[in-house]
Design a binder for this molecule. Sequence first.
Ligand SMILES: [Zn+2]
Length: 324
Amino acid sequence: MKILDMHCDTLGIAMRDYENFSLLKNEASVDFQKMQKGNYMGQFFAMFLPPRQFAERMGRTLPEDDEMIRIMSSTLYRELEKHSDLIAFAGNAADLEKNNKDGKMSAFLTIEDGRSVEGSFEKLQGYYDLGVRLISLTWNYANCFGSPNSLDKEVMNTSLTQFGKEAIEWMNDKGIIVDVSHLSDGGFFDVAKLSKKPFVASHSNCRALSNHQRNLTDEMIPLMANAGGVAGINFAPAFLAEDITSKDSLVSDMVRHIKHFVKVGGIECVGMGSDFDGIGGNLEVKDASMMQMIFEALRKEGFSEDQIEKIAYTNVLRVIKETL
Ligand SMILES: [Zn+2]
């Protein structure tokens, strides 16, 4: 079974020693060899911008946001060039299909935390030109797009900013996927109302099963599904387990969340968004090479090959076709 995964943080790991970091083979959960073994069609590589507050508290200074983006994107492009026999950049469905026909996997480039956009359409255009095809509007702090998911009700109900609202239309027109993972509930409902194209929750699960604010409610799931969008199953224990303090990431919990997405939003609204290399805990699916375990578990639960195919990659492929 082929795989399209909407979120990993492997480029964040690369930041630690980017000059020597290999994406072919490394100690992280995602590298090209593990992806090949896992039968990947493609991976969305996020450029995560770590919170400055954290770094400063640890006595470290981070490079400027655009310098981090330059480092992470050039690391990805350097590795793609080095291993062009295995994998190539994709900016749309045609690229993906061409790579697939040539026997290559595809890499999409994304930004996690739109803060570096700084309310500027010129900067958005610059990121598009760099190859960015998905932006997670916020991480866990407010920025030019809106507010984050939060236990604080007021923050959670906060709408998108005026720029955030205008940016949805711009991203729809240009061909950048709008990602609501990490966004406030108020922001989610704005995106659902304003987006003319399918949008995604690239790495979020079901709040009805794991009562964590990073997950989607049963009210949100049909809205996303009706817009043609997809949520990617996140492997972090806190978003999967019934007990959100659990440290165990289990395939049986992934199956529970997949079934719930299907029940509430239909078979076309769920995909993969592992969050590999951005999560901790005891992972049953430890790395990209082990992804087929999930599909095997779905078979045992009575899912048809056609249904599993949708979850593994064709739902995300559909979003790519309709947005990019
Ligand atoms: Zn994230």
